[in-house]
Design a protein around this ligand. Sequence first.
Ligand SMILES: Nc1ncnc2c1ncn2[C@@H]1O[C@H](COP(=O)(O)OP(=O)(O)OP(=O)(O)O)[C@@H](O)[C@H]1O
Ligand SMILES: [Mg+2]
Length: 143
Amino acid sequence: MEDEVLYSQTFKIIGRDFANAGAVSVSIKRFLKEIQIKPEIIYRVSICCYEAEMNVVMYAMIGTLDFTITQDQIIIIVEDEGPGIEDIEKAMQEGYSTATPAMREMGFGAGLGLPNIKKNADEFNIQSEVAKGTKLTIKINYN
Ligand SMILES: Nc1ncnc2c1ncn2[C@@H]1O[C@H](COP(=O)(O)OP(=O)(O)OP(=O)(O)O)[C@@H](O)[C@H]1O
Ligand SMILES: [Mg+2]
């Protein structure tokens, strides 16, 4: 069965917790190195995880990152409870950002996170409901 789950782990992400921001992506990167996934794949997964994780930290209240490996794919599902995104098309455009001045001072807010996730994914889906939350589904083929 090609979509049989080989490994799965769920991580919690806390909104505005900049002290721990990025920790989930670091754990996943370390794990993928240990199991000897190709560096090019690790690079793409890391970008997707990091950008999705940071968006939850910056814009949402709380979220989860579900990380799954099947025979063929690395699947990352990031779901949050937060303000949601009113205009997804706009949010997907390079350079569009609602980051606050404080976030920009920390180096965020280029408006490149979502476009970069899309570029680095083999399959990408974003669903969002205003005042409820956002869900990203990211799939990367690794063979
Ligand atoms: N999980 C989310 N919940 C609510 N709004 C979001 C979420 N993710 C993204 N957005 C909205 O989409 C915009 C674009 O996101 P994107 O990640 O592309 O850029 P950014 O976070 O503003 O900047 P960068 O990622 O380059 O630091 C954000 O500014 C924000 O308005
Ligand atoms: Mg971002």
